[in-house]
Write a protein of this length. Structure first.
Length: 97
């Protein structure tokens, strides 16, 4: 959907090559896109590490299709993959009193 919007959405912003040129100028002259990129990469790495640790802590079986899908969705799809994992993970086992 993002690629569709980038290429065809909002034609008043110009053709694709004009948009690419404008984006290139923005990246070369501003630090904000670089900060977003670094944040995105750090979040993706950190998120994949935390989900694996959480799965082990909750004894969530990675060999099932549900566990495997949750693991790879959280690793490959930032934000929404983590939301999917949070919706299907097993509850944390509490301490017995």
């Amino acid at each position: 959907m993002c690629l569709f919007w980038t290429t065809l959405g909002r034609p008043e912003y110009g053709a694709l090559m004009e948009r690419v040129s404008s984006f290139s100028d923005l990246v070369q002259s501003d630090r904000v896109p670089w900060a977003f990129l670094v944040d995105f990469i750090c979040l993706s790495i950190f998120q994949s590490w935390l989900v694996s640790d959480d799965m082990a802590r909750r004894s969530f079986d990675r060999s099932t299709s549900k566990g495997l899908a949750a693991l790879w969705a959280s690793r490959l799809v930032p934000y929404f993959g983590l939301a999917y994992y949070l919706s299907v993970r097993t509850p944390l086992k509490g301490k017995s009193k």
